[in-house]
Design a protein around this ligand. Structure first.
Ligand SMILES: *[C@@H]1O[C@H](CO)[C@@H](O)[C@H](O)[C@H]1NC(C)=O
Ligand SMILES: *[C@@H]1O[C@H](CO)[C@@H](O)[C@H](O)[C@H]1NC(C)=O
Ligand SMILES: *[C@@H]1O[C@H](CO)[C@@H](O)[C@H](O)[C@H]1NC(C)=O
Ligand SMILES: *[C@@H]1O[C@H](CO)[C@@H](O)[C@H](O)[C@H]1NC(C)=O
Ligand SMILES: *[C@@H]1O[C@H](CO)[C@@H](O)[C@H](O)[C@H]1NC(C)=O
Ligand SMILES: *[C@@H]1O[C@H](CO)[C@@H](O)[C@H](O)[C@H]1NC(C)=O
Ligand SMILES: CC(=O)N[C@H]1CO[C@H](CO)[C@@H](O)[C@@H]1O
Length: 501
């Protein structure tokens, strides 16, 4: 969910070739942080530049699974690792999400530990429209009609069926894995295609679609209090002070200097204002969402910036007023991500998001993911709750982006209808299935839309006190919290039990 990040406009850098995006995904690769509106999506380029030792393979898929008269096909990317496979063992299917599928997951990650112990064959399928899986010649709004979770599940079903035939895995038990949006897909794959998948591990999965998601920032506040009760209060003071200053254009030159903006600050519309404020809040959103996650193997940078680092700065009186400390954090993030300056130009953001070329900013998946939020999920992380420290990016700001990027027919009412339809189709929290486990981390803002209580013995939640987004999927390390170690072991014992059923 995730997704934050990225955006070329937000962060001007040579290193961050991609950007723009929102973050959600746990298995995409993040090479730099950016900031975005709705959801945070993880994006990465390193996977494109350094595709690792795992070979790319290609699978033919139909463009439209729901129209038998449309015979158009395209090629979907996937990866396999058969190192641990023992005859008759299970097949583990890692589901790709809203960013390029990162082949590093074919070599690292807790699922491979499980695979070693259970003799599993491992395969990862990239999500249509992300990474190198290009169903259409470009990303025009018209072509994006073939981008949806339903089509993605149908891709998985067809892939699973054909691969099972070709490789002799029809009698083996298949297990779906995914984190964040792909975690939801893992649960939904089991739900909608129970004959094809025996069990699922749906990590940090937001199963409830919702237009307005103010709870995200409430959890950010709560997670900052794990440092100290003052931390979110100081953040609030800083963002309130900035908001006041922004009422007077005479302050703009100083603000541009304090926050190392790339251009003169110009606030002509409420969208410009909201975009600037959201970009700054995004630092906190990203850091909280991935706090201490063991992501270096993916090529992630800045993983040493944690809640503690940000809150230590916010609480340090030697760094001036809270407003100055807030600016210090922006400068720290710029330095960490090798960026010269902060770009907060809303029009240039919209321009990038409107680029329909595969080679453009869309490489990271930002345009595609925003399309999915506008047509399926919402998930808009607004400041509409009073119980959170940020100000200035309410729901209408997020909805306006759907129209600004995709056209006037993508508006508040179409998004509301789409979100309702998603919940009708998948059942939201009311999942009727079996053998799905739902791990959730208390620090992760996405848990607010996840399954956090056992639905039944066969649909258990696994609560991990003190961890962030998808922590249980990353490789184990020495300093892991005992409850994280326990959660990994517990998920393993569930898999062991379910594979005997
Ligand atoms: C991938 O990156 C690693 C470390 O950054 C480097 O050692 C390796 O040579 C790169 N591989 C390719 C194929 O570029
Ligand atoms: C499969 O995983 C093992 C264990 O991490 C790794 O050593 C091996 O290189 C991987 N193979 C491929 C083809 O990715
Ligand atoms: C994070 O790591 C980078 C690279 O190792 C280092 O330059 C930087 O000082 C570290 N930042 C913090 C806050 O620890
Ligand atoms: C913002 O970007 C737009 C389009 O890229 C450009 O025309 C405009 O001059 C920029 N605004 C500022 C303040 O630089
Ligand atoms: C919103 O979009 C729908 C089509 O998606 C259209 O029928 C409706 O008129 C639009 N509403 C407004 C206020 O533009
Ligand atoms: C989570 O851990 C914190 C601190 O370690 C503790 O205060 C809190 O009670 C725990 N919460 C739950 C639900 O176990
Ligand atoms: C933060 C949060 O919502 N955690 C929940 C995760 O799931 C467990 C059930 O296993 C709940 O008790 C937690 O409250």
């Amino acid at each position: 969910m995730a997704q934050r990040e990225v955006h070329q406009s937000g962060w001007d850098s040579k290193r961050c070739v991609i950007l723009l995006g929102v973050i959600l995904d746990c298995i995409a690769l993040s090479s730099c942080l950016t900031v975005r509106q709705s959801v945070r999506l993880r994006v990465g380029l390193l996977s494109e530049m350094n595709a690792s030792d795992t070979d790319e393979l290609w699978f033919p898929q139909r463009l439209d699974h729901f129209n038998g008269a449309d015979g158009r096909v395209w090629k979907q990317r996937y990866f396999i690792n058969d190192t641990f496979y023992r005859s008759g063992g299970p097949v583990f299917l890692m589901i790709g999400g809203e960013g390029p599928a990162n082949p590093a997951w074919m070599q690292y990650g807790t699922w491979l530990t499980y695979a070693r112990m259970l003799g599993a064959f491992c395969v990862m399928l990239e999500h249509r429209f992300y990474g190198r899986s290009h169903p259409t010649e470009d990303l025009s709004t018209d072509n994006l009609r073939y981008l949806s979770s339903k089509q993605a599940l149908a891709d998985l079903a067809h892939f699973r069926t054909v691969l099972a035939d070709q490789m002799g895995f029809a009698g083996n038990k298949w297990v779906a894995f995914g984190g964040s949006y792909p975690g939801s897909l893992a649960a939904w794959f089991r739900l909608k295609y129970p004959h094809l998948v025996h069990a699922a591990v749906a990590t940090s999965a937001p199963v409830h679609a919702v237009v307005n998601f103010p709870e995200y920032l409430e959890v950010v506040r709560q997670s900052l209090t794990t440092h100290s009760p003052e931390c979110p209060q100081l953040v609030k003071k800083a963002s309130d002070t900035l908001f006041e200053k922004l009422k007077d254009p005479k302050t703009y030159d100083q603000i541009a200097k304090d926050f190392s903006l790339c251009e003169k600050l110009q606030i002509q519309t409420h969208m410009d204002l909201a975009y600037f404020l959201e970009t700054l809040a995004g630092n906190f959103m990203d850091v909280v969402q991935y706090n201490k996650d063991n992501r270096q193997f993916e090529g992630a940078i800045g993983t040493n910036i944690t809640i503690k680092v940000l809150c230590d700065i916010m609480s340090d009186p030697s760094r001036g007023e809270p407003y100055d400390r807030y600016a210090t954090i922006v400068n720290l993030m710029l330095k960490t991500f090798f960026l010269k300056c902060l770009n907060v130009n809303y029009s240039s953001y919209i321009k990038e998001m409107s680029d329909t070329a595969w080679k453009g900013p869309a490489l990271g998946g930002g345009r595609q993911w925003v399309y999915q939020t506008c047509t399926e999920f919402g998930f808009y992380q607004s400041t509409d709750s009073p119980n959170q420290p940020f100000v200035g990016f309410p729901l209408p700001y997020h909805l306006q982006q759907c129209s600004d990027i995709f056209g006037a027919s993508f508006n508040a009412s179409s998004v509301a209808d789409a979100v309702q339809q998603t919940n009708e189709y998948y059942g939201s929290y009311d999942i009727r299935s079996s053998r799905i486990v739902f791990p959730n981390g208390s620090i992760d803002p996405w848990h607010a839309l996840g399954i956090t209580k056992d639905i039944s013995d066969d649909l258990p939640a696994v609560f991990i006190n003190g961890t962030a987004h998808c922590a249980n999927m990353y490789p184990a390390r020495e300093e892991d919290l005992p409850q994280l170690v326990f959660a990994r072991d517990h998920i393993f014992s569930l898999l062991q039990k379910w594979l005997k059923q």
